[in-house]
Design a protein around this ligand. Structure first.
Ligand SMILES: [Zn+2]
Length: 143
């Protein structure tokens, strides 16, 4: 019986990892969530300028997908982020754009989700993309 993995691009903040993991387990029935962390990852992806960090994020996400067969990527941003001082509205805008950047990486995943953790660290979906164009639907009957 294989264990199922998802992949999170999350902040380094110690308050956000557990809510992120629990949300993914609850919503998608995965057993584990591989955690790729950078401070304020939505800002980094939105700006899409820091090639070194972007390449590292991409490499780690690729490893999670290749080795753990992850089919879902979530990008997490949160209230009171040390790495991203923008307000909630701006951060949510960055999250939406971050999804487009991740889509452009072309990984064969089923879903890419943007998650906002509010001041109580409660998860709220900001946006999600179902990567039909990237995924062979004929192989999806196993789910
Ligand atoms: Zn943060």
């Amino acid at each position: 019986m294989g264990k199922e993995f998802a992949t999170a691009i999350n902040c380094i903040d110690g308050r956000v990892q557990k809510p992120g993991v629990e949300y993914m387990q609850r919503s998608f029935g995965v057993d584990y969530v591989d955690m790729v962390t950078e401070p304020g990852p939505n800002k980094i992806l939105f700006e899409n300028k820091n090639t070194n960090i972007i390449e590292l994020l991409k490499k780690n996400v690729a490893l999670s997908i290749e080795k753990h067969n992850s089919e879902i990527i979530v990008v997490v941003a949160h209230y009171d982020c040390a790495g991203n001082p923008e307000n909630e509205d701006v951060q949510k805008k960055q999250l939406r754009e971050a999804l487009n950047v991740i889509m452009s990486w072309g990984f064969p995943v089923k879903k890419i989700i943007a998650l906002w953790l509010d001041k109580n660290f409660e998860p709220n979906i900001v946006s999600q993309k179902i990567a039909i164009s990237l995924y062979d639907l004929s192989a999806s009957s196993v789910t």
